[in-house]
Design a protein around this ligand. Structure first.
Ligand code: 13P
Ligand code: SF4
Length: 302
């Protein structure tokens, strides 16, 4: 089917079935363009809980669709490709976290939203890159278990002064952005500001003028005085940044910073998923109930 026909078919099916399409900022351009809502992990979680729809077609990776299902158990949540997983989320299993908790009894657990439902069920409070500093800063204890991203943990530890007991996980895409990539771009565009996602390595964050979640980058772009910006995150974000700010220039810190999992979703798969109402993301109700409390706390922090 041609692209225009696919877009038409998706629109028709969406209305017929009272479905909403939610897409992460890293999704392929064609998917972002047909979505009802595009956002970061925190915004998408909130949207999943409040959107009026029978079906949510979640265009992102598995943990995001799982989080949506936990927050909206009455809705059918569909992930157009079940193979779209986050390698960082898969670096930590429930039993790994249980082992950490045994080794550090009584410590509060903060888990990045990039985790499986099994890990969230073992967690006191979840966070996203948009609110991690506030979530950790709000905990009275000085020593806290923080999983699974070592880079986000180092950033949050610095900002809050807390001692974080960490898991050695990381995002392979953000980890692949090196200081030398950013330095090269700074030489090419000396006037440009550098904005980096907190999943980046500490040496990249040290070069950044601003450290922002993807949603924060979107909100910062129209109000920033900078005319040129080097963006250290997955390159999918550039589509929205450029579309919504045609007067500014955005350069990827590294052209090859591409999350292949995010790009597994395409228009053809969205159309098929809407038609067949599958593959559906299911979460065991007992597990979901335990994970929900931690996620609900996360969505309360702006
Ligand atoms: P944001 O929450 O900033 O969108 O980033 C999450 C991320 O890396 C998704 O994988
Ligand atoms: Fe996971 Fe990194 Fe891809 Fe985000 S960009 S989904 S953290 S692998």
């Amino acid at each position: 089917m041609k692209k225009e026909n696919l877009v038409e078919e998706i629109k028709k099916l969406k209305e017929q079935k009272k479905a909403a399409i939610l897409a992460h900022n890293y999704q392929p351009e064609e998917v972002q363009d047909i979505a009802d809502f595009v956002g970061d992990s925190l915004e998408l979680s909130r949207k999943a809980a409040e959107v009026e729809a029978n079906i949510i077609v979640f265009c992102g990776v598995h943990f995001m669709a799982e989080t949506a299902k936990i927050l909206a158990p009455e809705k059918k949540v569909i992930l157009p490709d079940l193979g779209a997983r986050c390698p960082m989320a898969d670096m930590l299993r429930g039993r790994d976290l249980r082992h950490m908790k045994d080794q550090h009894p009584g410590k509060k657990v903060v888990a990045y939203v990039n985790t499986t439902a099994e890990v969230k069920a073992e967690t006191d409070v979840c966070c996203t890159s948009a609110n991690a500093v506030k979530v950790v800063g709000n905990i009275a204890e000085e020593e806290i278990i923080f999983v699974p991203d070592r880079n986000l943990a180092s950033f949050v530890g610095q900002k809050t002064g807390k001692k974080l007991i960490i898991w050695d996980g990381y995002c392979p895409i953000h980890e692949g952005i090196k200081a030398r990539h950013v330095e090269k771009m700074k030489r090419l565009y000396p006037q440009a500001e550098v904005w980096a996602h907190p999943e980046c390595r500490p040496e990249v964050l040290r070069l950044a003028d601003k450290i922002l979640s993807t949603g924060q980058m979107i909100r910062e772009a129209p109000v920033s005085k900078a005319r040129e910006i080097i963006v250290a995150t997955e390159i999918g974000i550039l589509h929205r940044l450029r579309k919504e700010n045609p007067d500014k220039k955005f350069y990827p810190a590294r052209e090859k910073a591409v999350c292949r999992n995010m790009k597994k979703i395409n228009l053809k798969k969205v159309c098929k998923a809407l038609l067949l109402e599958e593959p559906e993301v299911m979460v065991d109700p007992g597990l979901a109930a335990r994970a929900r409390e931690a996620i609900n706390q996360m969505v309360r922090f702006v």
